[in-house]
Design a protein around this ligand. Structure first.
Ligand SMILES: [Zn+2]
Ligand SMILES: [Zn+2]
Length: 1004
């Protein structure tokens, strides 16, 4: 007996059951054991941030990672299965700050760095556990509890080693830079963190037109425009476009093209204003003492908004800062790291950049310097972590110079196979345009940068814990992990002058990642040191191990990671070992809601991963992600999930069909059975071979949309052709048909296993026979055997003919249960040997192959063209066209009433002649007669009755083999001309008539 299937699967319940069974039977461990020592497939997991529960957007990547690891495992590849958790850096800090109610860096310092670090570690430990549970629920097979953590001392040491190598090549430097700054996080943001569209929002700011009076030019001012009033107290210069025309209008100089209606008193070229000095609006502030404001030239002055004269504050903007270098301008920094005005700004001191707007405007108004003030709504950058609007500050940061590594990175990337392919170009674009890597963050719980600059001018860079221990003079005893505050207590000796030297306080960019290919020796629990103590049992493999596994054969992360993880991984690997750390990449876009909008908790359209697993089932989630073209955003939601569930029913019902009939006949399939030579069985075997070949090809190309499409087409063929066409054989319990169907089903279930492991496992366990492995994932990947392109093409043509035949019937309003007289097929010559099947499928008495003469062309004049051409002749031509009295000249041209008309001059509709219905698809045309006679009508009624009786059988809960007695109303007595036929179709022992209104059945 096969375990009977309910009418519909309960995905979540079935998945929980399979998960528990996998655990109990240790299926994953068995699989790893089987593949140990096999060929290697090296996958490197980009670490997931262990800072919040996993979202559905993470499920995309994690599903794909599991799909391909499962596929490779099927094929016998030995794999590492190591999961990674990203566990240090600003994102963890921001969430911990929120949970502790800390609002600023000062609050954190008051709370205590050691305590704060503990809270960060606790958060990571908690969410690593949450994510592990969620990932298991998604069906991810990983070596859980042997994860690597980026905040382990081991990982920190790897990065130190990388930085030491950068220093050996003289790439590390401290830069005085204008950088985007988050006043809430109190840190700068690097170019790669801040790239991307969603890092901008629409914000409303003041829009001010102000005048700066020129010195020595009575009654003349410069007109300037700004949307950042807080930068005006830091003004040092005004820029004009040297070759543009400026006009003096109402006492102020403006770019002429921005005042088209004004009548200027004078017009000059911008270069004539260069060098003039002016009075700044806040010259009384201590910060402005000694500053001479002057006009400078700048070719990039914007000429389509503002005044054409740009206010320059080098302490508040990147371009301003660049100009200060060219023109040797003083740099006035107005704000501190929390975005508040510095003490040297008088009454404005302590105000935020927003708060300062009102007093600035008021002061300008009082001094008569305000020309106009309003508001502007524009796109403005926000912090990618906390969504606070960003400002510019000039700060000291540490950088890695990219000039020397740029070309080697591009060369390494050129050898990587990207899927989809065009992302290779995206990566290359990034490498071409990337600026130097800003690696320092003025924060707390991140990678401690091992930089010890000495007063003697020497920069000491420590490359390992051992080196730190060796060079330390104090603080090493209390160093319980390599994080702040403990690391800050370690003082080392300068290698140049032997003086004691301290570490810089900065921590590193969170995007440093990990790869362990260079460590010399095996260490037990090597990833469980430092902050990871107790979180992972992963050993630190030795160098020989990494020789075997590096580089990764394949990695997969979202497209954003081109600037982040893919980049930092590649940067570190090329620096250390001169090659890309991965051979192939699969990348994918973003998750949207089902209407295509971004998902946001505050918009109420976000879906939690757990909720998706519980309501859709993890298989359906995985299916949705696999089906999606990865270079396009996915519209994810319960609507699309319902659609997938509905489509999956075809497979479910096919298995159920097999199980029901196999159980009636106590059929047991055999793995070594000869396949019958019955035509449909032979076709199904070939079709299954094609499924295996095509699915294998799609997996090898890392292209799941094809795999899903191939699978669905197969299931459609299986259900809507093989099973439909073979019904009678199943009713009779034909073992050849049952065997053929079983063989196809077990292969289908297996090859879709990587996509939906739960349903595949569940169905496998129902279908499998004793000499097969207990889990589908322990069955070796099938060979594609018995391919026969000719046979497949033939049946595909038959199915097209049937499809078009149905369409033609449908358009004529003729239901499929109504037999028809004749069908004519033009094209699809390969289908000629299947006349009987086509006749049966389409319920027609005769099938002919040959030209379809049922087509009628209806031709009308194209009036806008023919009206002017024919004039009075138009009427007779139209009549002749409508009557079909024309000659076809080829290429769509016609001759009518002595006029030659081109294809464009007529409108042609093709339709069926009276008494026919037709459908066309390319070169294939199928036409059926629509006329009914008494015989056909009677047969139609018989078929309706058979359908009705079989529905009644089902509704009465009768078993497939139960016999019945049928009673019909007297009015249906004429149907008994077909008594034998009806009896056979509904398993009736007798049929009688009585004075009743509706047919009745009873179990015999
Ligand atoms: Zn921030
Ligand atoms: Zn020194």
């Amino acid at each position: 007996m096969f375990e009977p299937l309910p009418q519909y699967p309960d995905h979540p319940a079935l998945e929980e059951e399979v998960l528990a069974w996998w655990d109990r039977e240790r299926i994953f461990e068995q699989l790893r054991e089987r593949n140990r020592g096999g060929p290697k497939f090296s996958f490197m997991d980009g670490p997931i941030t262990a800072n919040n529960p996993m979202g559905v957007h993470h499920a995309w990547g994690r599903a794909l990672k599991d799909v391909f690891q499962r596929y490779k495992a099927f094929r016998g590849f030995d794999q590492r299965y190591q999961n990674g958790f990203d566990s240090q850096g600003l994102w963890v800090e921001v969430e911990v700050e929120k949970s502790l109610g800390l609002g600023s860096k000062r609050d954190i310092e008051a709370y205590g760095l050691a305590e704060f670090a503990e809270r960060c570690k606790e958060r990571v430990a908690h969410y690593a556990e949450v994510i592990t549970d969620q990932s298991r629920r998604l069906g991810m097979w990983m070596d859980w509890d042997n994860d690597y953590y980026t905040f382990s001392d081991t990982n920190i040491e790897y990065i130190w080693r990388f930085l030491k190598e950068c220093h050996a090549r003289d790439w590390l430097y401290k830069g005085h830079r204008s950088t985007q700054w988050c006043p809430r996080c109190g840190t700068s943001l690097s170019q790669h963190e801040q790239a991307g569209e969603d890092k901008y929002v629409e914000l409303t700011h003041p829009s001010l037109f102000v005048r700066f009076p020129l010195r020595g030019r009575d009654g003349e001012s410069l007109a300037l425009w700004t949307t950042t009033p807080w930068t005006l107290p830091a003004n040092v210069a005004a820029a004009v476009k040297p070759d543009a025309q400026y006009g003096l209008i109402d006492g102020a100089w403006w770019l002429l093209e921005l005042q088209p209606d004004a009548t200027p008193e004078r017009v000059v070229r911008g270069e004539e204003l260069v060098g003039l000095e002016y009075e700044g609006p806040f010259d009384d502030l201590p910060a402005q003492v000694g500053i001479v404001h002057r006009v400078i030239p700048w070719d990039d002055v914007v000429t389509n908004e503002g005044t054409g004269i740009v206010h320059i504050a080098p302490g508040c903007g990147a371009e301003d800062f660049e100009l200060s270098r060219i023109h040797d301008l003083p740099v006035v920094m107005p704000i501190d790291e929390s975005g508040r005005m510095l003490p040297r700004f008088g009454d404005l001191a302590g105000l935020t950049t927003d708060e300062v707007a009102a007093p600035v405007i008021e002061s300008l108004r009082q001094c008569g310097l305000l020309i106009d003030s309003g508001e502007i709504t524009h796109r403005y950058p926000i912090c990618w972590r906390c969504r606070t609007p960003l400002v510019f500050r000039v700060v000291d940061d540490w950088f890695i110079s990219c000039d020397e590594i740029r070309q080697p990175l591009r060369d390494a990337n050129a050898g990587v196979t990207w899927t989809p392919g065009f992302y290779s170009k995206r990566m290359d674009d990034w490498l071409v345009n990337m600026g130097d890597w800003n690696i320092s963050r003025k924060r707390f719980f991140g990678l401690p940068l091992p930089l010890y600059p000495c007063d003697c001018g020497h920069l000491n860079v420590v490359g390992s814990l051992a080196e730190l221990e060796e060079r330390a003079t104090t603080g090493i005893v209390g160093l319980h992990e390599l994080h702040r505050p403990w690391i800050d207590d370690v003082v080392i000796r300068c290698e140049a002058c032997d003086e004691e030297v301290r570490r810089i306080p900065e921590v590193g960019d969170a995007w440093f990642s990990t790869l362990g290919w260079e460590n010399a020796e095996w260490r037990p629990h090597g990833y469980a040191n430092g902050a990871s103590a107790g979180l992972s049992g992963a050993d630190l493999p030795d160098h020989a191990y990494w020789e075997e596994w590096f580089p990764a054969d394949w990695v997969s992360e979202s497209r954003e990671q081109i600037r982040l993880w893919f980049y930092s991984q590649c940067f570190m690997a090329v620096t250390l070992v001169g090659r890309s750390p991965y051979r192939a990449v699969l990348t994918y876009e973003r998750v949207r809601d089902e209407t295509g909008r971004e998902m946001h908790k505050s918009w109420g359209n976000a879906i939690e991963a757990n909720e998706a697993f519980e309501r859709m089932g993890a298989d359906v989630v995985r299916w949705l992600f696999c089906e999606q073209i990865p270079s396009q955003n996915i519209n994810f939601g319960y609507g699309p999930a319902e659609d997938v569930k509905r489509r999956l029913l075809t497979l479910w019902h096919s298995v159920k069909f097999f199980v029901d009939y196999a159980n009636v006949d106590q059929f047991r399939p055999r793995t070594d059975a000869e396949v019958s030579e019955q035509a449909l069985d032979r076709w199904l075997r070939v079709r299954t071979g094609q499924l295996v070949a095509d699915m294998t090809d799609a997996y090898e190309r890392y292209w799941m949309p094809d795999a899903v499409g191939i699978f669905e087409a197969f299931v459609d063929d299986l259900s809507n052709w093989y099973i439909r066409r073979s019904r009678r054989r199943f009713w009779k319990g034909d073992p050849a048909a049952l065997q053929a169907l079983w063989s196809a089903l077990v292969r289908a279930v297996q090859v879709i296993g990587p996509v939906m492991p739960f349903l595949a496992e569940h169905l496998w366990r129902i279908l499998r026979v004793d000499d097969q492995p207990e889990s589908v994932f322990l069955e070796p990947w099938p060979e594609a055997v018995g391919l026969d392109e000719g046979l497949l093409a033939e049946v595909a043509e038959v199915r097209r003919v049937v499809e078009l035949g149905r369409q033609a019937r449908g358009e004529a309003g003729l239901k499929l249960r109504q037999p028809l007289r004749r069908l004519v097929v033009q094209g699809a010559s390969g289908a000629q040997g299947h006349r009987d099947e086509i006749a049966e499928e389409l319920r027609v008495k005769e099938v002919e192959f040959g030209p379809v003469e049922a087509i009628e062309m209806r031709v009308k004049p194209n009036l806008p063209l023919l009206g002017p051409k024919l004039g009075k002749e138009l009427g007779p031509v139209r009549a002749a066209l409508e009557a079909g009295e024309f000659e076809q000249l080829g290429g769509g041209a016609l001759r009518v009433n002595g006029h030659d008309l081109s294809a464009e001059e007529v409108l042609v509709e093709r339709g069926a002649r009276e008494g026919w219905a037709l459908a066309e698809d390319g070169s294939l045309t199928v036409a059926v007669t629509t006329e009914l006679d008494d015989e056909l009508r009677l047969e139609g009624r018989v078929l309706d009755l058979i359908h009705q009786l079989n529905t009644m059988r089902k509704d009465a809960g009768l078993a497939l083999s139960d016999r019945i007695r049928v009673t019909l109303p007297e009015s249906d007595a004429d149907l008994l001309q077909h008594e034998a036929w009806i009896k056979e179709e509904v398993l009736a022992t007798e049929i009688g008539t009585e004075g009743i209104a509706e047919p009745e059945i009873a179990k015999a």
